[in-house]
Design a protein around this ligand. Structure first.
Ligand SMILES: *[C@@H]1O[C@H](CO)[C@@H](O)[C@H](O)[C@H]1NC(C)=O
Ligand SMILES: *[C@@H]1O[C@H](CO)[C@@H](O)[C@H](O)[C@H]1NC(C)=O
Length: 92
């Protein structure tokens, strides 16, 4: 039987800054994301919204070409969650 997962589409923007000097041994960037349900009132009803480190949409991850990004995700929300990553490339 399939797991029932509530799918949330979270917007993450990863910036790859190209054109910089590639370091000899690439850096590692580590992020900690704590996912929580947060209540908000709208049109006389209480709703919940999924936040990451208290933010919606989630924080932006910046990385330079060649870097390794590690994201530790702590799901403190009430549902199982799928995270979608959106990558945007910026050239300089
Ligand atoms: C929304 O939640 C708050 C705090 O729990 C409560 O005081 C309020 O009555 C709720 N409003 C509605 C419309 O349910
Ligand atoms: C989340 O997934 C686990 C198994 O990975 C399952 O046991 C649990 O019931 C699921 N929870 C919800 C709220 O769907």
């Amino acid at each position: 039987m399939w797991l029932i997962m509530k799918v949330f589409v979270l917007h993450f923007i990863g910036f790859l800054l190209l054109g910089g000097v590639l370091p000899a041994n690439a850096q590692e960037r580590r992020y900690k994301f704590v996912l929580r349900d947060a209540a908000y009132a709208r049109l006389c009803t209480n709703k919940t919204i999924l936040t990451i480190n208290g933010q919606f949409p989630g924080p932006t991850i910046y990385a330079t070409k060649g870097e390794t990004v590690i994201v530790d995700v702590y799901n403190r929300a009430n549902e199982n969650i799928t995270i979608h990553w959106y990558k945007h490339l910026y050239f300089k």
